[in-house]
Design a protein around this ligand. Structure first.
Ligand code: C2E
Ligand code: MG
Ligand code: MG
Ligand code: MG
Length: 284
């Protein structure tokens, strides 16, 4: 037996196991269907350049609402898709959706770059570069509209193949950012070896930055180091004005977090840009 919290009190461990298995099966069939029927959406979270008080761009975050499963977090279905190979068609769909978003934003007169999260599984595919290039060509979309976010897991494999792909992506016009910086591989050698534009400091460092001297020290050091390496720094997960003020003092370039906005559907992103423009006109 296992004790379970909540209104149902006790339940059999076996039941729980079965429920888990059923959920995974359902997740599998539903995710396959969703990719095929293109029922996967992107939301966009603004990134704000502190000094300029400008929208520097947006991060595209995948969203999946399913009839049977309800809202499924990318923290659940992305790892599952990575384990099953579904990540490849999913990732391609995400890149296509990002192209569609750029086209829609342009229609409204906005040209902010969009950051796309790329799974290390997709990145490591032999034909990754071709797959991304094919999509851009189909949409007639220059790579310069995009930034690619990879995690430390992707670059910890410091092979010639990884270097080759990153250099090629740069040549194509993509910017490259390291996501969740500080939480993965502990070697910093890849910062020197690879052509990187941006470090995104993980939310776990930003979270108690106002309370804990240790976190302050780490964030400050990352910002200094990035500056010397001529890289931009984004602080992730910024929720409070005190955090903004502290990061401003530390000369952090860009802020992303609920303080400015949650991730928004495309139509609301366009409204956010209009609102931002109105609020900030005449102040520059
Ligand atoms: P990530 O790339 O580090 O994205 C940042 C996550 O932090 C997002 O969660 C975002 O909604 C959340 N966030 C942003 N600001 C705040 C804040 O102020 N406070 C808090 N508590 N959270 C904040 P989300 O959208 O649930 O995505 C989770 C992770 O799933 C992402 O982490 C990324 O690793 C993965 N993911 C999301 N979309 C994609 C995608 O299109 N492709 C791939 N390969 N992975 C994705
Ligand atoms: Mg990201
Ligand atoms: Mg992150
Ligand atoms: Mg994350």
């Amino acid at each position: 037996y296992s004790k379970k919290n909540g209104p149902h009190g006790y339940s059999f461990y076996f039941d729980e196991l079965q429920t888990d298995t059923q959920r995974v099966l359902l997740l599998d069939t539903e995710l396959r269907k969703a990719i095929e029927k293109r029922e996967i959406e992107l939301y966009f979270q603004p990134k704000i350049a502190l000094k300029e008080e400008q929208i520097q761009g947006f991060e595209a975050l995948v969203r999946w609402q399913n009839d049977k499963l309800g809202y499924v977090s990318p923290n659940e279905f992305i790892p599952y898709a990575e384990d099953t190979g579904l990540i490849i068609p999913l990732s391609e769909l995400i890149i296509e959706r990002a192209c569609e978003a750029v086209i829609e934003m342009k229609k409204h007169g906005y040209g902010s770059p969009i950051a796309i999260n790329i799974s290390s599984i997709h990145f490591q595919q032999q034909n990754f570069l071709e797959s991304i290039q094919t999509i851009l060509e189909r949409y007639n979309m220059p790579a310069s509209h995009f930034e690619i976010e990879v995690t430390e897991r992707t670059v910890m494999n410091s092979s010639n193949e990884t270097v080759r792909k990153l250099v090629k992506l740069k040549q194509m016009g993509f910017k490259i950012a390291i996501d969740d910086f500080g939480t993965g591989y502990s070697s910093l050698s890849y910062l020197i070896r690879f052509p990187l534009d941006c470090l995104k400091i993980d939310r776990s460092f930003v979270q108690h930055i106002c309370l804990l001297d240790e976190k302050q020290a780490v964030v400050d050091a990352i910002i200094q180091m990035a500056r010397r390496l001529k890289m931009k720094v984004v602080a992730e997960g910024v929720e409070q004005v005190q955090q903004v003020e502290m990061l401003r003092e530390m000369n952090c370039d860009i802020i992303q977090g609920f303080y400015y906005s949650k991730p928004l559907p495309l139509q609301e992103v366009i409204e956010f840009m209009e609102y931002w423009e109105m609020e900030h006109q005449g102040r520059k």
